[in-house]
Design a protein around this ligand. Structure first.
Ligand SMILES: [Zn+2]
Ligand SMILES: [Zn+2]
Length: 270
């Protein structure tokens, strides 16, 4: 598993975020013969730049907020006819994944369309909560997380090991229990830890309740309840500096030793 983009909401480049990285969500998971890319945030540009030779991948979109889709037009391999991608995601507001992808690349938002420039072999497939993809011994499944407009949390199972990608979810709803069940026993849980409890509740700055994101404290609680191996704090707030993230991680590790903060270039091998 390779983290290419770990930042939430908006790219946040600059000297104070250079160590953890400022690109928005993109996580690559290779299992057996299969390659999966979760979300097409700006991190996917780096993935594309690092790719040599033909590329075949299953792309899963969690939802269509800008930070999870805006890297697609800059994903180099999608301009190469030797490459093949299946893009999967849920139907939202009556629009299929294909319609959403096409609509975000058109005037007045973008100068060229999918049809004009993408040359890779592209297929689109609906993937909804409760769906399962089985391929070459790998299973990918999804449930609905708690996020305005919806968001899918994904689980990848391969040879008795599992990774759960649960970005963009706000704790405190019935869905918490479902997510704990969904993540139960996973080797790795990647979880939305955008805020601290104080930030979330409005004790520091304005309240973030209802914005669709969780806290590192809740990430720790979820990981403990689900008895996962490693917790990876993800979707960092764009204003969180590297030093602040170091401090946050240090505090989190005191509560749960097997905790990491996602950073660009982090590779986890299972
Ligand atoms: Zn997001
Ligand atoms: Zn979102």
């Amino acid at each position: 598993m390779h983290f290419w983009g770990v930042r939430g909401s908006i790219p946040s480049p600059g000297p104070e975020t250079a160590r953890y990285g400022g690109n928005t969500p993109c996580v690559e998971i290779c299992a057996g013969e299969e390659r999966f890319i979760f979300d097409l945030g700006t991190g996917v540009r780096e993935l594309g730049a690092a790719t040599k030779g033909p590329l075949v991948a299953n792309i899963f979109l969690s939802h269509y907020h800008y930070d999870h889709l805006q890297g697609l037009p800059f994903f180099g391999p999608i301009f190469d006819r030797r490459n093949r991608f299946t893009i999967r995601g849920p139907t939202r507001n009556g629009r299929s994944v294909k319609e959403v992808v096409s609509e975000h690349m058109q005037q007045p938002f973008f100068p060229v369309t999918v049809e004009m420039v993408f040359r890779a072999q592209l297929e689109y497939q609906a993937f909804e909560a409760g769906d399962r993809l089985r391929s070459n011994g790998v299973t990918v499944s999804a449930i609905e997380a708690n996020h305005p407009g919806g968001n899918l949390a994904y689980r990848v199972d391969f040879r008795g090991q599992s990774v759960v990608y649960a970005t963009d979810t706000e704790h405190g709803a019935d869905r918490d229990a479902q997510l704990v069940d969904f993540a139960r026993g996973a080797e790795v849980l990647i979880y939305d830890a955008m805020y601290t409890d104080d930030e979330y509740a409005g004790r520091e700055g304005s309240s973030k309740i209802g914005w669709g994101h969780s806290t590192w404290q809740h990430a720790v609680r979820m990981a403990n309840e689900a008895k996962v191996g490693t917790l990876v704090l993800f979707h960092h707030d764009p204003t969180r500096t590297d030093d602040a993230l170091d401090a946050l991680l240090k505090t989190a590790k005191k509560q749960r030793k097997a905790t990491l903060a996602a950073k660009e270039g982090l590779v986890i091998k299972l």
